[in-house]
Design a protein around this ligand. Structure first.
Ligand SMILES: Nc1ncnc2c1ncn2[C@@H]1O[C@H](COP(=O)(O)OP(=O)(O)O)[C@@H](O)[C@H]1O
Ligand SMILES: [Mg+2]
Length: 356
């Protein structure tokens, strides 16, 4: 085992009846890392988290924590903190009793409990609210209690399952910042489960893009966004234009033709042209001023135009199919629907992605 791996998930599988839900997942996490499992609803994120916590038993595969195989260790002995989507606070217990639950269970002495409570109330900014009941708290405050409760036992790993999804947009942004701050302050190894790509990108050191029970790509947010391995990943993380072109294999590159020219895109993974497509991110396409310095130049007709406040989304139709363009809003005029324009981009901004 690599020495800097703290949590290792090895060929993990889970079937409910005959249905595979987690399908051979591999993931290595370093101590202090913040990793997100990002994927659409139903792809197996919660099931994975439940297996790490020990609440679900894997059909096969192993989970290692700090060099120890914990696959068959009961949840209470794993020293893992978990925050569920609905917070799952005990309604008949006060904030203090909720936070101290794990310590009482472990028969930690009273003085140490007081000390830890005071540290945690400080950490999650809940000082003064310790006598309240969950129903007397806002959603964001309940969330903080759930996080404090998970951290009380000084767990090895903090697991967060869609912890922000019940909060409105403004509060969600605040709580995301809070969690990031807590994670940096405590240095705790954290796994966040989310279907929200912006949230995962903003918070994580690395993302594991999950689909049908496997991780399609595991990398930093920037590397994943900039070099998506497949069409699915490219589309899940932002928007991507998949271009319609006949591709030819030319060794280290594939070639395609546009505007009467033969052009080449890097194929560093040597994908077969039948199994890949060429792509360009909408914000890499230029229209104004006339994109004369671009290696790819195409005539285009504007088919749609949407204003986002800080940018415009312009839909066009070209000889390579539809090309969506995202341009920052600087106050300059933008082309209108039906208008003929020229669009352009650079070859080194194009990516070859697997068709899946
Ligand atoms: N206890 C269970 N019994 C049967 N099917 C389940 C159970 N838990 C989850 N599933 C199914 O497994 C799939 C993955 O679920 P889940 O891990 O909750 O996905 P996610 O958290 O990514 O939305 C879903 O199709 C879900 O219906
Ligand atoms: Mg889930």
């Amino acid at each position: 085992m690599m020495s800097d791996v703290f949590l290792r998930i090895e060929n993990l599988r889970k079937e409910f009846g005959a249905t595979p839900v987690v399908n051979g997942l591999d993931l290595d996490i370093k101590q202090g890392e913040f990793v997100s499992l990002l994927g659409a609803s139903g792809c197996g994120k919660t099931t994975t988290l439940q297996m790490i916590a020990g609440f679900e038993k894997p059909t096969s595969g192993r989970i290692w924590l700090n060099g120890k195989d914990i696959t068959d260790v009961p949840p209470s002995k794993r020293e893992i903190g978990i925050v569920f989507q609905n917070y799952a606070l005990f309604p008949h217990m006060t904030v203090e009793e909720n936070i101290l639950f794990g310590l009482v269970l472990r028969k930690v002495d009273k003085a140490a409990q007081r000390k830890r409570l005071s540290e945690l109330l400080d950490l999650v900014h809940l000082v003064g609210l310790e006598a309240r009941y969950p129903r007397e708290l806002s959603g964001g405050q309940q969330q903080r209690v759930a996080i404090a409760r998970a951290l009380a036992i000084k767990p090895n790993v903090l697991l967060l399952d869609e912890p922000f999804s019940n909060l409105d947009a403004r509060l969600r942004a605040d709580m995301q910042n809070e969690v990031k701050r807590l994670q940096i302050e405590t240095g705790i190894t954290t796994i966040l489960v989310t279907h929200d790509q912006a949230e995962a990108m903003a918070l994580s050191d690395r993302l594991a893009i999950m689909h049908k029970g496997v991780a399609l790509q595991v990398d930093t947010p920037q590397a994943t966004y900039d070099h998506p391995a497949s069409r699915y990943v490219g589309n899940f993380l932002g928007n991507i234009n998949i271009l319609q072109a006949d591709l030819r294999d030319v060794g280290s590159h594939v070639s395609f033709s546009a505007n009467g020219k033969s052009l080449q895109v890097l194929n560093d993974q040597r994908l077969s042209p039948e199994r890949c497509c060429i792509s360009i991110r909408p914000e890499r396409v230029r229209i104004q001023p006339q994109p004369t310095d671009c290696e790819v130049l195409l005539g285009a007709t504007v088919t749609s135009k949407n204003y986002n406040g800080n940018s415009w989304d312009i839909g066009t139709e070209t000889e390579l199919g539809s090309v969506n363009i995202n341009i920052p809003h600087h106050g300059a005029p933008t082309p209108d629907r039906g208008q003929s324009i020229v669009v352009g981009w650079n070859l080194n901004d194009m990516r070859l992605v697997h068709v899946d």
